[in-house]
Design a protein around this ligand. Sequence first.
Ligand code: CTP
Length: 398
Amino acid sequence: MLKGKKILIGITGSIAAYKIPFLVRLLKKAGAEVQIILTPAARDFVTPLTLSTLSERPVLTEFFNKDDGSWHSHVNLGLWADLFLVAPLSANTMAKMATGIADNLLLTTVLSARCPVLFAPAMDLDMYRHPATVENISKLKQFGYRLIEPVEGELASGLKGMGRLEEPEKIFEIINEMLVPDSVFQNKKVLVTAGPTYEPIDPVRFIGNFSSGKMGVEIAHAFAAAGAEVTLILGPSEIIVDDPAIETIRVTTAEEMYNQCMENFPESEITVMAAAVADYTPAKTVAEKIKKSGSIKKIDLKPTKDILATMGSQKKAGQILVGFALETDNEKNNAQKKLKNKNLDLIVLNSMKDEGAGFGHTTNKVTMMTAKGTEKVFPLKSKQEVAQDILAEIESLM
Ligand code: CTP
């Protein structure tokens, strides 16, 4: 969900710093890049080793690296970030931020940041309600910084009241809302299939097809970037899907793909069947390698189950079902038939006759037809752009 988003976290000297490693884990799991800056006082509360391990980046405190003399540019850090969170924010650093004091790397980076700045104070309740703090918070808000208010509860001092740092899960939610643009696909459950299937003849041979899985994987990425909860059922493709926002289930045969689809389809709000599923599989798989000397003349085949047609027959109101049609002739008629017979809402047609379309290419040329009777012809585009077009077409159906 936060894939590729760059987040700076400034940690100051407060006991609540112990909560930040949990937040870093959540952000990293969601695909964000995290850079941590500690004030010198923060190092007494949380170890750089823990934070650098979790963030997979060196933790910064000083303007210079004392070992090699290299400069940690606060300007570059400030420009790099999509969002800067200062949490926990102590009364001391807050006062410095409110007056523009710049005596450590965290403070200079705050001054250089062009991205949204969030601050999450944590302190004792009397410090928090002191007029100096109240005034400083108001100043930071005037700068356009967004306050994550502390919550009520037991404080490290033993007192009870306002001053506890907001929980990591809540801070994560706020960051997510700010960085992931509003989308109709936000939190929607989406099922995508991609790739070929391999139907084993014997332990070393199979019947397969030339599908690379690129189109379906791009569709899965596009949905994930739009905030959907994506399950990708991927046949034997060479593509490695490392997007933490996509749950990838690897399968090999049409039967395995069928079983996984049947398990995931009932919960799915949008399903896109981009996989090139084998229509036939060997009637029996031979346990030992078939020898050249065995004079094999033919392989008996039996049909596989049509996954898309099965899903179409089980489709409930509100579920959107999208299929693909790969044709070599009579393209539009064949695609229309599949749209109707498989009870689809949308079919994406690609013709093998179009240069740069279909299997293996990084580009595709599609025509989209809906059950409502619309038809749109698209020019040759990258598969990434085609994925965006498919999402836009699905959005128009919602
Ligand atoms: N499909 C499926 N299960 C199968 C075969 C195909 O779910 N056993 C799906 C594909 O993922 C695609 C759609 O059905 O979304 C159309 O696939 P295509 O190969 O174009 O058509 P078929 O229905 O297999 O018919 P034909 O091969 O005769 O064109």
